[in-house]
Ligand binder design. Structure first.
Ligand code: ADP
Ligand code: MG
Length: 703
C-alpha cells in the first residue's frame, strides 16, 4: 500500500460520519450537523465549557444540609409512593454502611420502576436538602458496574455547551459525555498525530491522543491545563506553519512581475515634490524598489509613525508600476481617506499625465470604472473595500498598496493575495507593532521601518486641561484661528452612545458658530454624513475657508493639513492610547509649532490616567505602542478582531504569547530544515496540513 493510501485511511477513520458513534442515530446526527459536528473528529473537538469537581466522596454522616456532594453508596430499598393529589414520587434509600441517605424523584417516576436492585452500587451527585435526615431531591446518579467507568457523578465532570434543540434530543452535558466517551473508546487509537515527537519534546507537550482524551475526561486541573496547552500550541503552530510556507513561497516565486529599474516617470515625480525625502524614506523606497525589480513577489510591511511620510513612498512605488505599464491599486479603510488620497495622488500624477481613479461604494460611474480597470491601460486606482469586490477585475495589476493596515484583517489581506498572486503587495501601518508581535502577525512579510520624521517637525506640546478651563481653551482656539491657523476639535463617538455623542458634537458646533470664533469658519464632520457633505466640508477645510473643524473620529486617518496646529480632544479619557496618538499626529505637519489639549469630561479610570500620562510624556509612536502594549496586553493591543486573527478554539494570544513564540520557532525551523516536509518524521504534519487546510489556504497545497 502506498504511503498516501495509509494516510488517507487513517484520516478516513476519524472523519467517519458522526453516526458511526454509538448513541448517534440519523436524527441526532442531523441536529449535530447544524451545530457544526459532522464527523467523529468534529465531535472529539467539541470541548467542555467547564468542569464540575466531583472528585471527593463524602461519607453520608458528614453531609451538611443544602450543599453539593458526591457519594458512593449501595441501594437498600426502593419504591413508589403516592402523595397528595394522586401524584407519585419515587424513593430510593442508599447506605454507605455507616449512615443512610434518601433519594427522591418527583418527575418521570415511571422511569425508575424496575431500575434498582438491592445491593446495587451507585455514585450519587446532588445537593442535600435542608432536612435533618440526609436527603437529596433529583440527584444525578450512576451505577457502578464492573468494567464501566462512571462519567457523570465522580471525578472532574465535563460540562458541554448545549442548546434547546440539542437538549430536545437529550444532548445535554450528560448526553454529550456518553457519546463523546464512546467516540473516544472507538476512535482514539485511530487519531492521527498532528505534530511530531521532536516538536512535542522541545515544546514540552503531551501527545495529541492524550490531549484529546484529557480535555474531556481529566483527573486533575493540571491535566486540563496540559491538554489545553497542547491543543493551543497546535493551533498556533499551523498558523505559523502556513506563514512560514507562504514566506518561503514568496522567496521562491519567480513568476512575480519583474519591473524595470526606476526611470523617467519616477524621477520626474521625485523632482516635483516640494521637499527632499528623508533618509528613512529613501531607505524604504530602496527596499521596495529592490523587491519590485526582482521576479519574486513582494510582500512588504511598511511601518512608520503617523506623519512620517508614508504616502509619498506609496506614490513613488505606484509610479514605478505605472512606468512599466501596470496598474496600481491603493486600498484604504474609509471613504474619507480614499478621497483625501485621491486628491493628493491626482495632484501629483496629473502633471505626469497619469490617470488616477477613485472607487468607493459611493462612486457613481461604477460601470465605467470597472471597464477602465478591465482595460490594458496603466493607471492608479484608489479605493476602499469596494476594490476587492467580486465584480472588480483589475487587469495588469502590478502593485497593491494597503494603507492603515491596522484597520483591515489578516483575512482580507490573504483574500487579496490569493486573488492577485502575481502582484506586489505593500502594506503600510502607523500602528507600530513591537517587533516580536509584528513577526508573528506578518510572519510572511519583510518589514521596513520609517524611523525618522520629516525635518522641521516640532514636538507637539501636549497639555491636560484643568477643570473649569473652558474659557482658556476658547481663547486659545480664537488666537490660533485669528493667526490663520487651523484647529481640530475632536469628540468621541462610540456606537453604544452614538446619539448622545453626536449630540455633543453638534451642540458644540451650533454654540461655537454663534461666538466670536464663528467668523473664522466652522465646520462639522462625522461618520454618518453622506460622502458629498463630507467632501464639501473637507474641501472648505483644505482651502482654508474653514478654520475650526469639529469632528468625531473620522479625521483619525488621512486628513493632512499643514496649517492645522491646534487639536482639542474632548473626553480624552474615552479614547484608546494609539487612537489619541493618531489623532495628535494630525497637527504639527507644517513649520509652526503645534499643540494638543486633552480635555476630560468624566473622572478618568486608572487605566485612562495611564493613557493620558503616556500622551503627556511621549511624542514617539513606538514608545506609545510599547506603553499601550503594557497597559492593555497583547490581545487587546492588537485588536484581535480588527486584525482578523484566525478564530482559535484553544489558543488565546492575549495570554499565550510565550506559546506563540515557541510555536512560531518550531514552525519556521521545521520549514527551513525540511521545506517540503519530506522527512518521515514530518509525515504526520504534512498529512495534517493537507487534510485540514486544503482549500482554506491555497498554499497549504504547495508542500
Ligand atoms: P503618514 O505616514 O502619516 O501617512 P503622510 O504621508 O500623510 O504621513 O505625510 C505627512 C506630511 O508630511 C504630509 O503633509 C507630507 O506632504 C509631508 N512630508 C512627507 N515627507 C516629507 C519630507 N521628506 N519632508 C517634508 N515633508 C514631508
Ligand atoms: Mg497616511
Amino acid at each position: 500500500m502506498s504511503d498516501n493510501n495509509r494516510d488517507i485511511l487513517d484520516y478516513n477513520r476519524i472523519d467517519d460520519d458522526v453516526t458511526f458513534v454509538k448513541g448517534v442515530g440519523p436524527r441526532r446526527a442531523s441536529v449535530l450537523k447544524k451545530h457544526g459536528i459532522s464527523t467523529v473528529y468534529d465531535l472529539l473537538l467539541y470541548t467542555p465549557r467547564d468542569y464540575i469537581d466531583r472528585r471527593n466522596i463524602t461519607p453520608i454522616n458528614q453531609l451538611t444540609p443544602n450543599t453539593k456532594a458526591t457519594i458512593l453508596a449501595e441501594v437498600e430499598s426502593y419504591g413508589m409512593k403516592f402523595i397528595r393529589g394522586g401524584k407519585k414520587m419515587y424513593i430510593v434509600n442508599v447506605t454507605d454502611k455507616i449512615a443512610s441517605l434518601e433519594l427522591i424523584w418527583f418527575r418521570n417516576v415511571k422511569y425508575f420502576e424496575g431500575l434498582f436492585k438491592e445491593g446495587d452500587l451507585l455514585y450519587i451527585s446532588g445537593k442535600t436538602s435542608r432536612t435533618v435526615f440526609p436527603q437529596m431531591v433529583h440527584p444525578e446518579f450512576e451505577f457502578l458496574f464492573k468494567g464501566k467507568e462512571p462519567l457523570h457523578t465522580i471525578g472532574l465532570v465535563p460540562l458541554y455547551p448545549t442548546t434547546a434543540e440539542l437538549k430536545k434530543i437529550s444532548l445535554d452535558s450528560r448526553g454529550f459525555r456518553k457519546i463523546i466517551k464512546s467516540a473516544l473508546n472507538k476512535y482514539i487509537d485511530a487519531l492521527p498525530d498532528d505534530l511530531n515527537p521532536r516538536i512535542e519534546k522541545t515544546a514540552n507537550l503531551i501527545s495529541h491522543k492524550d490531549a484529546i482524551s484529557l480535555i474531556h475526561f481529566p483527573k486533575t486541573h493540571k491535566e486540563i491545563a496540559s491538554a489545553k496547552r497542547r491543543l493551543a500550541f497546535s493551533e498556533l503552530f499551523y498558523v505559523e506553519l502556513l506563514l512560514a510556507l507562504q514566506k518561503r513561497r514568496n522567496k521562491l516565486l519567480r513568476n512575480g512581475i519583474k519591473f524595470k529599474k526606476a526611470g523617467e516617470l519616477v524621477s520626474r515625480l521625485g523632482k516635483y515634490l516640494p521637499f527632499k525625502l528623508t533618509s528613512a524614506q529613501r531607505r524604504v523606497i530602496k527596499d521596495i524598489f529592490k523587491d519590485m525589480n526582482s521576479p519574486r513577489v513582494m510582500r512588504r510591511l511598511l511601518q512608520g509613525d503617523v506623519g512620517s511620510g508614508k504616502t509619498i513612498v506609496a506614490a513613488l512605488s505606484c509610479a514605478l508600476a505605472v512606468e512599466n505599464g501596470y496598474k496600481s491599486a491603493v486600498m484604504v479603510p474609509t471613504e474619507v481617506l480614499a478621497e483625501q488620497h485621491y486628491i493628493n495622488f491626482a495632484k501629483l500624477f496629473n502633471r505626469l499625465k497619469i490617470e488616477t481613479t477613485l472607487l468607493t461604494k459611493s462612486s457613481r460611474n461604477k460601470n465605467e470604472i470597472y471597464e477602465k480597470l478591465k482595460s490594458d491601460k496603466e493607471c492608479i486606482v484608489i479605493g476602499t473595500h469596494a476594490l476587492i469586490q467580486e465584480k472588480v477585475d483589475i487587469n495588469r495589476l502590478g502593485l497593491i498598496v494597503i494603507d492603515e493596515q491596522h484597520r483591515f484583517g489578516v483575512r482580507q489581506r490573504l483574500d487579496l493575495i490569493s486573488q492577485n498572486q502575481r502582484a506586489d503587495l505593500l502594506v503600510m501601518t502607523a500602528t507600530p507593532i513591537p517587533r516580536s508581535l509584528a513577526m508573528t502577525l506578518y510572519g510572511d512579510f519583510d518589514i521596513s521601518i520609517i524611523d525618522e520624521m520629516p525635518p522641521g517637525r516640532k514636538r507637539i506640546k501636549t497639555l491636560l486641561a484643568q477643570e473649569g478651563s473652558e474659557h482658556l481653551i476658547f481663547d486659545k482656539i480664537f488666537d490660533y484661528a485669528k493667526r490663520g491657523e487651523q484647529v481640530y476639535i475632536i469628540y468621541p463617538l462610540v456606537e453604544k452612545s452614538e446619539k448622545i455623542d453626536l449630540r455633543a458634537a453638534v451642540d458644540a458646533y451650533e454654540k461655537l458658530k454663534k461666538t466670536t470664533v464663528g467668523k473664522f469658519g466652522i465646520g462639522l464632520l462625522y461618520g454618518k454624513m453622506d460622502m458629498a457633505e463630507k467632501s464639501e466640508v473637507l474641501d472648505k477645510f483644505n482651502r482654508g475657508e474653514i478654520k475650526i473643524l469639529i469632528s468625531t473620529t473620522v479625521v483619525e486617518v488621512g486628513i493632512d493639513s499643514p496649517k492645522a496646529t491646534l487639536m482639542v480632544i474632548i473626553g480624552a479619557e474615552r479614547f484608546g492610547l494609539s487612537q489619541l496618538h493618531q489623532l495628535r499626529g494630525r497637527v504639527g505637519r507644517g513649520e509652526s509649532k503645534a499643540e494638543c489639549i486633552l480635555k476630560l469630561t468624566h473622572p478618568p479610570s486608572d487605566i485612562a490616567k495611564q493613557r493620558i500620562q503616556a500622551m503627556l510624556s511621549s511624542n514617539n509612536g513606538f514608545e506609545i505602542a510599547e506603553f499601550d502594549l503594557k497597559i492593555r496586553g497583547p490581545g487587546e493591543f492588537l485588536g484581535v478582531k480588527q486584525h482578523g486573527f484566525p478564530n482559535f478554539k484553544f489558543a488565546d494570544i492575549t495570554s499565550d504569547m510565550e506559546l506563540l513564540r515557541q510555536a512560531r520557532e518550531s514552525a519556521f525551523q521545521l520549514i527551513s530544515e525540511d521545506p517540503k516536509l519530506e522527512l518521515p518524521e514530518n509525515q504526520t504534519i504534512k498529512d495534517y496540513l493537507r487534510k485540514r487546510f486544503r482549500g482554506v489556504f491555497r498554499f497549504a497545497d504547495t508542500v
